[in-house]
Design a protein around this ligand. Structure first.
Ligand code: UDP
Length: 331
């Protein structure tokens, strides 16, 4: 049985689908603070997914799961992930992302479960010293969210040495798109991310799409990011789990497409894919946005044999179908 924490969230739920499709038994642990019961219902309609509602900040909640099921490995997503909120309320982030993870890994060690795939982030690198960013790039996060993820990376390294807990730390770049069959999608409240915000403006939700700054030191002046498709990302988690099983060795991998796309390029691609004019204005820069972030993901390709297969257009198309479905369902 694979335990997936945060399996009711965006990346977590897509990873649940990937694991059940590949024949694994899965139990999802989620407090449904940001995840949705409807996502759990969808997952349970697709396959045999157990669900345990609980909060990692209560060690008894997680202890119950380890007593109830024979867990072989953990894929750990559950975390808060809004940079701005982490600056205003670091306590919330440290309590959940760090203290919650400590509860999880202590319970794993107690129950002799020795494999974890951890959802880390390129935010642990901070302001890039060079691009593309490889795994050896110095880690100097510039906000509490990134700090909490880096803290967990340290915890996992130390728990390997002391307790033989093996971990794969996956540092994601930007994630986009949704399940090809539109059963799941990106569903954040509030929505802060680029592609859903562009798409929502075409559907009258936010009216005018706002570009945060166009005088960055990039060819068209807008920020460059690396948008990896969520189904490709989900697959990387299964490959990471297989790697842990086969090699019993901790490691760290960047996950990105290695292609830097500017905000303007993403916006233009949305207009092209949708064949629509989208209302847009340029506003002030958002605090803490580095000009350029994109991955060198050679290590994941060489060692995990991971191959991101879906294009930016694919991600935009699936995300748009999802947004339309959400509107039809009155969300
Ligand atoms: N962005 C934007 N308008 C929006 C949302 C995002 O211009 O409504 C820009 C943002 O400044 C960044 C890029 O799009 O340069 C990606 O932002 P997102 O929040 O999707 O992901 P992040 O890179 O912050 O993880």
């Amino acid at each position: 049985m694979i335990l997936i924490t945060g399996g009711a969230g965006y990346i977590g739920s897509h990873t649940v689908i990937n694991f059940i499709k590949n024949g694994y038994e899965v139990v999802v642990f989620d407090n449904l603070e940001n995840g949705h019961q409807e996502t759990i219902d969808t997952l349970q309609n697709i396959g045999n997914v157990k669900f345990e509602k609980g909060d990692l900040r209560n060690i008894e909640d997680i202890e119950k799961v380890f007593n109830k099921y024979k867990i072989d490995a953990v894929i750990h997503f559950a975390a808060f992930a809004l940079v701005g909120e982490s600056v205003e309320n670091p306590s919330k982030y440290y309590r959940n992302n760090v203290f919650g993870t400590l509860n999880l890994v202590d319970t794993m060690v107690k129950h002799n479960v020795k494999k974890i795939v951890f959802s880390s982030t390129c935010a642990t690198y901070g302001e890039p010293q060079y691009t593309p960013i490889d795994e050896n790039h110095p880690q100097n996060p510039i906000n509490p969210y990134g700090n909490t993820k880096l803290c967990v990376e340290y915890i996992l390294k130390d728990y390997d040495i002391a307790y033989d807990l093996k971990s794969i730390r996956l540092r994601y770049f930007n994630v986009a798109g949704c399940d090809k069959q539109t059963r799941l999608g990106e569903w954040h409240e509030p929505e802060t991310h680029l592609i859903p915000n562009i798409l929502k403006s075409t559907l009258g939700k936010n009216k005018t799409f706002k570009i945060f700054g166009n005088d960055y030191d990039t060819p068209d002046g807008t920020c460059i990011r690396d948008y990896v498709n969520v189904e490709d990302l989900a697959e990387a988690h299964r490959l990471a789990y297989l790697y842990l099983n086969e090699n019993n060795k901790s490691d760290v991998f960047n996950l990105g497409t290695e292609q830097g796309d500017s905000v303007k390029k993403v916006f233009d691609t949305c207009e092209k894919v949708l064949d629509k004019k989208i209302p847009v204005e340029v506003v002030n820069k958002r605090a803490g946005d580095p000009a350029k972030l994109y991955a060198n993901a050679n290590k994941a390709k060489d060692i995990l044999k991971w191959k991101p297969e879906r294009s930016l257009e694919d991600s935009i198309k699936s995300a748009y179908t999802w947004e339309c479905k959400q509107i039809q369902e009155g969300k």
